[in-house]
Design a protein around this ligand. Structure first.
Ligand code: ADP
Length: 243
């Protein structure tokens, strides 16, 4: 359903992505693991055009886009198909929980305000925050803010949700709630690519685990394969700390 081919990205002399290929089936959960600095976040950001890769191709919803020559229209289409959930939630601080979810629907999908509010209310309920609709981010806990971030992504009904370390800014007691929500979305068949350092969660939720290092995919496979029978020495060393 999603095919990503040969993504390259450098920041100046620093070659951060050195040809990343990935296929994600509909309903699949792909977890990206790897040491800090291996390029995981940059890869997600390139998929969403928050960064523009130097080279690569993306097929999403049967549409092939060559990144190097992508038109504005193609970029917008990919951005609509890929919603991002950020480490630091990235909510608008001067908007309520409901507005944070509804506003992007009006701005990027041309929904009417009423329609957007109805969708936002449904999603607030889904993430268990219907009683927080009129709260501002500062009045919400980190875990609640992240659930708003997830509701905002879901509202856009994208082909895939990209999660960039969604729990790494949360206090430990809030992590498990957020992971449980992501796990319930996985069970519903929402396609997702997740960067996380939560190994037990990665093991439990992933259909496909991808181990990245130095801008390369070292190895990928099922959680069973990567965690218990890794082929590559680097994967073994990285994951041995968790198994
Ligand atoms: P990871 O998510 O695996 O920790 P990142 O994708 O965040 O890795 O970073 C990979 C490398 O890219 C790092 O060396 C980082 O310093 C560099 N990098 C990331 N974003 C930028 C940027 N906007 N400008 C310059 N260098 C960047």
């Amino acid at each position: 359903m999603i095919k990503i081919k040969e993504i390259h990205k450098s920041f100046g002399e620093n070659q951060v992505l050195k040809g990343i290929d990935l296929e994600v089936k509909k309903g699949e959960v792909v977890v990206l693991l790897g040491p800090s600095g291996s390029g995981k976040t940059t890869f997600l950001r390139c998929l969403n055009f928050l960064e523009t890769a130097d080279q690569g191709k993306i097929v999403i919803e049967n549409q092939l886009t060559d990144i190097a020559t992508a038109t504005k229209k193609e970029i917008l289409q990919i951005q609509r198909s890929t919603a991002m959930v950020f480490q630091n939630y990235a909510l608008f601080t001067n908007k309520t929980a409901l507005e944070n979810i509804a506003m992007p629907l009006v701005l990027t999908q041309g929904k009417s305000k009423n329609e957007a509010r109805t969708i936002a209310k449904r999603l607030l309920k889904k993430v268990g925050l219907e009683d927080r609709a009129d709260h501002y981010p500062v009045q919400l806990s980190g875990g609640q803010q992240q659930r708003i971030g997830i509701a905002r992504a879901l509202a856009l009904n994208p082909a895939v949700i990209l999660f960039d370390e969604p729990t790494s800014a949360l206090d430990p007691e809030l992590v498990s709630q957020t992971l449980a929500l992501i796990q319930s979305l996985a069970k519903e068949g929402i396609t997702m690519i997740l960067v996380t350092h939560e190994m037990q969660f990665a093991h439990d939720v992933a259909d496909q685990v991808v181990f990245m290092e130095h801008g390369h995919i070292v190895e990928s496979g099922t959680p069973q394969e990567l965690f218990y029978t890794p082929k590559e020495e680097r994967t073994k060393i990285f994951l041995s700390r968790f198994t």
